[in-house]
Design a protein. Structure first.
Length: 384
């Protein structure tokens, strides 16, 4: 029998049995009433999750990168310029996408492990006009969370759209489109929603939709939101066959999120991050990400002296937990642990207990149970 493993990479994340069950249902017609109702429900729920009362949600087969491309192509015309606020890998990807479509792009790149400061954004905005400003909420390579709400507040003074890449945050860290003034949230299924990979997910504010309506055409066919808009308004219509099972699973995920409640879900993500980091610190690990930018969804952890990357990750996997290696300049020096989606407190406790077994196998000296205890104290305070 295959041993069950806890997937704590920065996405895909563990899939809740209710979501797995939705995936495994017999495939129904994409225009059947049962699917049409579920698609409608998923779209309504999605808007609630990102606090968008007006505006349009889109759920399309693809992944986060397609959502990035769709966001850009449908809001920025040739001849206009965008500003990317990058704290690592995925801001650079946004710049590459802009270049692929010959869109002018300025970028502010923060040091890895930090994020662009609002003052730097303000400074840039005073020098040039941008059709859109794009930022990554949490960079999955560096574990840095950007001050998104501060950016949005600053951007209210300017005539520009604010596009937020929420792939590693939406549904786990607060994002309020209406209240904060975010014009596009783009995301994917496989992180905080806890659904297997396979969806590009976007919500556009009324202002962003108005911009698209004013654009005569966009350099896209499948990625043109105007082809999808009629389907999102009435899913019994056809443009391109939707991934029926994946969307039903996504709908189940949105229900799970709303049943938990947004405030409670954000509190749980924060609490789990705190518990995991307390345990790791107690066991001698430190963090790559600057203290003031630590994200609630992922930790990028430096190994203590004497722990070798490959041996650590292979042994941890044998003990039931899969984590990811580092990217770029810190490859080999860190591991990345995702802690987002539908994780339970007992899964977090298992991950720490298994971490202690791994360190023991590798001959690393530490006080037994100290990590487990550190996590337990915080986890218990959360359930009170
Ligand atoms: N943005 C961020 C912040 C991400 O973490 C990722 C994926 N790790 C992407 C975009 C791209 O998503 P995908 O791999 O689903 O194309």
């Amino acid at each position: 029998m295959q041993k069950e493993q806890l997937l704590l990479i920065p996405g895909p994340t563990p899939v809740h049995p209710r979501i797995l069950n939705a995936l495994s249902l017999p495939t129904v017609s994409h225009v059947s009433p049962v699917f049409v109702d579920e698609m409608k429900e998923a779209l309504v729920n999605l808007k609630e999750i990102v606090d968008c009362r007006d505006g349009e949600p889109f759920i399309v087969a693809g992944a986060g990168t397609l959502a990035m491309e769709m966001a850009l192509l449908n809001t920025v015309s040739k001849g206009e310029k965008i500003l990317v606020l990058s704290q690592g890998y995925f801001g650079q990807r946004m710049k590459d996408i802009a270049h692929s479509f010959d869109l002018a792009c300025d970028i502010i790149q923060s040091p890895w492990g930090k994020a662009v400061l609002t003052e730097e954004l303000a400074d840039k905005l005073s020098q040039d006009h941008y059709a859109a400003v794009v930022s990554t909420h949490v960079d999955t390579a560096t574990g840095a969370c950007a001050p998104v709400r501060e950016y949005a507040t600053k951007l209210k003074d300017f005539d520009t759209l604010y596009i937020l890449d929420g792939v590693c945050a939406t549904g786990g860290i607060e994002e309020r489109m209406d209240d904060w003034g975010v014009d596009v949230v783009l995301t994917a299924a496989q992180k905080c929603f806890g659904v297997p990979p396979g969806l590009a997910v976007l919500v556009l504010s009324r202002k962003a939709m108005d911009k698209r309506l004013k654009m005569e055409s966009v350099p896209a066919y499948y990625a043109d939101l105007m082809r999808w808009l009629p389907i999102m308004k009435d899913p019994s219509k056809y443009f391109s066959t939707p991934c029926v099972n994946e969307i039903r699973a996504f709908n189940e995920a949105t229900k799970l999120i709303l049943e938990e409640g947004m405030e409670e879900r954000f509190r749980r993500h924060k609490g789990f991050a705190k518990a995991i980091r307390a345990a790791l610190r107690r066991l001698g690990f430190s963090f790559f990400t600057d203290e003031s930018f630590l994200a609630d969804t992922i930790s990028v952890c430096y190994y203590p002296e004497g722990i070798e990357d490959m041996a650590f990750r292979a042994t941890y996997a044998k003990n039931g937990v899969i984590v990811a290696g580092g990217l770029g300049e810190v490859a080999g020096k860190v591991f990345r642990m995702g802690h987002m989606g539908n994780l339970s407190s007992s899964q977090v406790q298992f991950a720490i207990a298994s971490l202690e077994s791994t360190l023991f196998t590798l001959g690393y000296g530490f006080e037994p149970h100290s990590g487990v205890e550190a996590a337990r104290e915080i986890l218990e305070s959360l359930s009170n």
